[in-house]
Design a protein around this ligand. Structure first.
Ligand code: ATP
Ligand code: MG
Length: 731
């Protein structure tokens, strides 16, 4: 049995314990994902289980792609995976809901609203309720709604103890109503509705429980309550549920992930066999030592030791750059040097950062030198204006009740439907509690008589009505075409008839780029040519709605990858550069005041460090421009936790030494020569400000005889003061 011969004994046990619940808890690089793919292959190939009786869930589409490739590669027949349910939680739920839509009273043509669309709907809900956007931050309210859904709380069960929660609950109710009018679901709905479907519809639940003989979950530590509940409900039937995770890599707490789900799992499946894997196959001992030193400072964890037989390897390079440009240049120099020395290929390298905004400076360094790179996330293809426009048209052809899409393109390109007309249509539809499209149908005399009677006389001038009817006619044509043309043909027809193609191509260079993007979308849509016509459009729209940031990642070309630490989860690279190891950035300023948040920041750094197989670079700057200002930066506290034996380069210590050790700085600011012993405040110190309250000092520097202090406040973010004026008091 060659399948098992490449596994160590506990891994083999994890693969072959196929009956009953199994929990694999193990550190990074210990083969959790490998065990999961081998187990799927083992079940299919050795035990003859039919693939459609297997379900494997993971966190990103990218990880799902890798999982499916790896499993298929282990099978004798490349077709061997056919029918297996494999994907992210969201994509699997979307599929379940689509299949069962009619039974649970959902429009099977539902569309999925992305984050932008969701924010539009929150704003609309606020307007409908006469609540001021400036007073009630739409993003904050959206986050509250999203958290509630991840906890399976509906507007009715949403707990209210404060005024803000009362507002959030009202907006939540209106938000759901607006989604329903558009026949739309948001990302969180996919999970919540799937859970409710299984909970409330016994026949459906039994059907899935009987079908799914084996359930496997990767990255289990990052499941939220809804995801956990889904797994539990599906697994209750046959109880052959296999979950793998590492509590130290839980990095989605801010999205409701809760590694206490591991505890819940143990309670719900008390007979679960627990398997620990201790050998790391990914990284050198030096990298593991650094990782262990870093994570062992967290309190809420079970200590564990990782070992490798890969040997010590090269030391970790600590480097302080002058600023973010210098940081980017240093990375490029190193990548070029590694390639010249034959130590690594550019494609083996990854550059990771805490926040998307940090990619810009690194990208600039690449662009200046003409070196290609791959960027994951940030300027997401699907966020581009022209792509959103084209998709809005496609969505309308599929489900014309989608108000967000209708508003988006009703006058793009301009077709004499002004904002006043749209407003009028909108309030007319609102009085009837109907979608905008229903409004258009009324106007066109196509609505049900009962509704027409209720609607009465329409409120439009002759010219406005003509313009609206012109659009309505186009739209009807596309709806009809949606079920007979392939998605690519439909897109062509829409681009043509809507005038969008001509409108976009105004001859400028930017226009050419935009048009190229639309063509790229066409290429994506052509991938659905082979599906039955009545399913192709739905499948295409569903997939593009669910692509996450990580999907832009293309493994083949030999270029370094730029990505956030969050997106790096589960991946591995020969050489890893982590940039911006600075107080306020990693750990992020949002978490400086919050012990749980700080532990999560540490886990995030740990995830980054443990992506590296052979070489690791930890970078920080002397000063960094952020939010339009250049600020002196303080090295991350995480750097101080690394044992001296594993690093080369300068280890940040006292403030004074820190300020004199950057590399090839273009220009040194005067303050760096100031003796540090005159500083009144030091990083980490707790202080009180008369207006902002208590906070934590992040940096303090002498500036022309005064002391400049930046302080992180829990709710106000980071503020900068002059000590002589600010009246800061130590607490
Ligand atoms: P993470 O927690 O980072 O997701 P993981 O536990 O899922 O890590 P894998 O990605 O499965 O770890 O494995 C890490 C690397 O080690 C992979 O390249 C994998 O192929 C390799 N590996 C794991 N087990 C073995 C083994 N028994 N023999 C050889 N290579 C192995
Ligand atoms: Mg893994």
């Amino acid at each position: 049995m060659t399948l098992l011969s490449t596994l160590n004994p506990p891994q083999r046990q994890a693969v072959t314990t196929t009956t009953g619940p199994v929990l694999v808890l193990a550190g990074p690089g210990s083969g959790k994902t490998r065990v999961l793919t081998h187990r799927a292959a083992y079940l299919i190939q050795e035990l003859g289980v039919e693939p459609w009786r297997l379900m494997a869930v993971t966190f990103t589409n990218k990880a799902a792609g890798v999982m499916s490739e790896r499993t298929a590669a282990l099978l004798d027949s490349p077709q061997g995976l056919r029918g297996m349910i494999l994907g992210t939680f969201h994509s699997i739920c979307a599929r379940f809901l689509r299949m069962q839509a009619v039974a649970i009273g959902l429009n099977p043509r539902y569309v999925i609203f992305d984050s932008d669309d969701q924010l539009q709907v929150v704003k609309q809900a606020l307007r409908d309720l006469n609540l001021d956007e400036k007073r009630y931050n739409p993003r904050a309210i959206h986050a509250a709604i999203s958290n509630a859904k991840n906890e399976l709380l509906t507007p009715e069960t949403f707990p209210i103890t404060t005024h803000h929660e009362e507002i959030a609950a009202r907006v939540y109710a209106r938000y759901q109503h607006l989604l329903a009018l558009s026949s739309a679901l948001d990302f969180d709905d996919l999970l919540m509705r799937a859970v409710f479907m299984l909970r409330d519809h016994e026949p459906i639940r039994r059907q899935y429980q009987q079908r799914l003989q084996y359930i496997m979950v990767d990255e289990f530590q990052d499941t939220n309550s809804a995801q956990y509940e889904l797994v539990r409900l599906l697994a209750e039937g046959q109880r052959n549920v296999f979950v793998v995770g590492d509590e130290d890599q839980s990095i989605y707490g801010w999205r409701g992930a809760d590694f206490r789900n591991v505890e819940r799992f143990r309670q719900d499946f008390p007979d679960a066999k627990v398997i620990l894997l201790e050998q790391n196959y990914r990284s050198t001992q030096i990298i593991l030592d650094a990782a262990n030193a870093l994570i062992s400072r967290n309190f809420h964890r079970t200590p564990k030791k990782l070992f490798t037989d890969r040997g010590a390897g090269v030391k970790i390079v600590l480097h302080q750059a002058f600023d973010e440009q210098d940081e980017g240049n240093f990375i490029l120099d190193e990548i070029v040097r590694l390639q010249q020395e034959g130590a690594a290929q550019p494609g083996d390298c990854a550059i990771m950062y805490r926040t998307n905004a940090q990619s810009r400076a690194v990208e600039e360094a690449f662009i200046r030198r003409g070196v290609p790179y791959r960027l994951v996330g940030a300027t997401r293809f699907y966020n581009r204006r022209e792509i959103k426009d084209a998709l809005a048209y496609m969505r309308l052809a599929h489900n014309p009740h989608d108000d967000v899409s209708l508003r988006r393109v009703i006058n793009v390109p301009p077709r004499s439907i002004g904002a006043a007309s749209v407003d009028r249509l909108s309030s007319w539809a609102a009085t009837l509690d109907a979608s905008l499209y229903t409004g258009l149908r009324l106007l066109g005399g196509d609505a049900e008589p009962e509704l027409a009677a209720r609607a009465g006389v329409h409120p439009f001038s002759g010219r406005a009505r003509t313009a609206l009817m012109h659009f309505y006619t186009l739209l009807q044509g596309w709806i009809a075409a949606g079920s007979v043309l392939t998605p690519a043909q439909l897109l062509d027809r829409i681009l043509d008839e809507s005038g969008y193609r001509d409108w976009l191509q105004d001859g400028s260079e930017e226009a050419q780029e935009r048009w190229d993007n639309v063509l790229e979308l066409r290429t994506v849509s052509a991938g659905y040519d082979d599906l039955p016509r009545d399913q192709a459009l739905a499948a295409f729209l569903e997939e593009v709605a669910l692509v996450s940031d990580v999907d832009d990642y293309e493994a083949s070309s030999n270029a370094p990858t730029l990505l956030t630490l969050h997106a790096a989860k589960g991946l591995e690279f020969g050489v890893v550069f982590i940039t911006g190891l600075e107080e306020g950035l990693l750990p992020h300023s949002r978490s400086l005041e919050d012990p749980d948040g700080m532990e999560e920041e540490r886990r995030l750094a740990y995830v980054g460090v443990t992506r590296a197989a052979n070489r690791l670079y930890l970078l920080h700057t002397f000063r960094r421009s952020a939010w339009g200002r250049s600020e002196p930066s303080a090295p991350s506290r995480f750097l101080r936790d690394l044992p001296a034996s594993v690093t080369s380069g300068h280890r940040p210590g006292s403030a004074h030494r820190r300020m004199t050790t950057w590399g090839r700085e273009p220009q040194a600011p005067a303050s760096r020569h100031s003796p540090s012993n005159r500083l009144q405040f030091s990083p980490g110190q707790r202080v009180r400000h008369p207006t902002f309250g208590e906070g934590t000092v992040i940096t303090s520097t002498l500036m022309g005889g005064d002391e400049e202090v930046s302080v992180a406040f829990r709710s106000q973010g980071v503020k900068r003061f002059l000590a002589s004026l600010a009246n800061l008091k130590p607490v």
